[in-house]
Write a new protein. Structure first.
Length: 463
């Protein structure tokens, strides 16, 4: 790989790691939290016998992407392998399973951890198929008191997995050096002859022990480029529209180097990147780092003990938050101030009022007489828009939430015009045909759009 491709590949792997661990464990990052009892929802490939029992599950993923150029192709298959962890207390020379064990500054309970797996598959010729065996195993970690004596142990068990990776290259009739690369991943893990454990309660936690979790692909091409599935060149648009995707969404990798592509089970956009100020590894990757850091700091000592014992990654996360330097706190707190730079500076600040003096609390609108959200207006084109005005929603390109795609073209009513501390303007709106809009408005729950993301609907217009 060239240096540019190598750096893009590493940036793409960092982005893929965020996909790999999205939802791995959620705030408050404790095994006993209810939300951490139902995990692993993205890119889960179950064994065929499980799919036969529950057709809502899937055992395969597939994607097709366009490659411009004749360079060599490689595919990296990445996923998590679940490992079930039990806790045992020492009693003399023997160990006995327990629900909870306090050792040092941590509290350990039964929990499902996961091990990252990555396999590099070259694409040789037009058709290829590789079957990979992932070993199971049993590991034991002793838990020592501060004086060095063994208090108990953690026993981790992994089931063996088997997966197949099938690749196919098609060369359509075109004056361009374009190829269609198809990649399919199958979970081929057989049913165990003699299960090592008996499931209690719902079956899915037991099924997950033989699943590929958060399965996704990283693709790269030497001496060539991938074409965007969402914005291909005009000559490639018919080919792009004919590509099929099942469980994977391919997007171009970070930066401007199109030699790397990520096929993700989570909807992303081309050239997505991790925020540079996000140095702490949270597993709520779509949340706000500052908020999660502050909430983590408010945990009680007992909650922090359980967090340290939940998983090695949560213990690391707690240590990073506790040791976060002041300059990083400042960067996290000021992240919103760079929104206009990242979005191209399209937010309209022409109607924003002067900021109040520093002694005025900016978080308390009642203390600032220069703003009145219910009566303030903003000019959009030739129309003055304020509370009660009706608009057509036109979500802009900077929006990353797929939910906004369903709002494009819908009519809405403006509830307030808001100005932020960075001279940005926002319209709080309710969707007209939303049956819950009255309830949401009574609780002050609005959707927010910039002035360039709405089209005024003047009286007499037909939506």
């Amino acid at each position: 790989m060239t240096n540019t491709t190598a750096s893009t590949w590493e940036a793409a792997r960092s982005l893929a790691d965020a996909v790999l661990y999205e939802g791995y464990v959620l705030y408050p990052y404790r095994a006993g939290s209810m939300k951490n009892q139902v995990r692993f929802q993205w890119g889960v490939l179950m064994p065929p016998d499980v799919v036969a029992q529950d057709p809502s599950e899937s055992s395969a993923q597939r994607t097709e992407v366009l490659v411009d150029g004749r360079g060599s192709l490689r595919v990296a298959v990445r996923f998590l392998q679940l490992q079930h962890r039990t806790v045992e207390r020492r009693a003399g020379a023997r160990f006995h399973p327990v629900d909870r064990l306090d050792v040092g500054d941590a509290t350990y309970t039964t929990f499902d951890e996961a091990v990252p797996r990555e396999y590099d598959v070259p694409v040789d010729g037009d058709d290829g198929e590789v079957e990979l065996e992932v070993e199971g195993g049993r590991d034991v970690e002793h838990l020592n008191d501060p004086d060095g004596s063994v208090r108990g142990r953690l026993v981790r068990v992994r089931e063996p997995l088997r997966l197949g990776v099938t690749t196919h290259v098609e060369r359509p009739d075109s004056p361009y050096a374009v190829r269609v690369l198809s990649v399919r991943v199958d979970n081929r893990t057989p049913r165990p002859a003699s299960p090592t454990h008996t499931p209690r309660g719902p079956a899915r936690p037991d099924w997950l022990r033989r699943a590929l979790i958060a399965d996704h692909l990283l693709l790269r091409v030497d001496r060539g480029r991938f074409l965007s599935p969402t914005d291909p060149p005009e000559w490639a648009r018919p080919l792009s529209e004919a590509c099929t995707h099942d469980g994977l969404v391919p997007v171009l990798g970070p930066g401007s180097d199109d030699s790397v592509m990520l096929a993700s089970p989570i909807i992303l956009y081309d050239h997505a990147e991790l925020a540079p100020e996000s140095e702490t590894t949270f597993y709520d990757a779509l949340e706000v780092d500052e908020l999660l850091s502050l909430r983590t700091m408010t945990l009680s000592e007992d909650e922090k003990r359980e967090m340290r014992g939940t998983d090695p990654r949560t213990a690391t996360l707690l240590g990073e938050v506790d040791a976060m330097p002041p300059d990083l706190w400042d960067r996290l707190h000021g992240t919103v101030r760079y929104l206009d730079q990242m979005s191209g500076g399209r937010n309209d600040a022409s109607r924003a009022p002067e900021l109040p003096p520093l002694e005025t609390p900016w978080w308390d609108p009642g203390s600032d007489a220069s703003v009145d959200p219910e009566h303030d207006t903003v000019r959009i084109g030739e129309v003055e828009v304020g509370r009660g005005a009706r608009v057509i929603l036109r979500p802009g390109v900077r929006r990353a939430d797929a939910y906004d795609l369903f709002l494009a073209g819908r009519t809405a009513t403006v509830a307030a015009v808001l100005f932020d501390v960075d001279h940005g303007t926002h319209l709080a709106v309710t969707v007209d045909d939303d049956p819950g809009s009255d309830l949401k408005e009574s609780h002050g729950r609005y959707l927010y759009f910039a002035p360039d993301e709405v089209e005024p609907l003047v009286p007499g217009d037909v939506p």
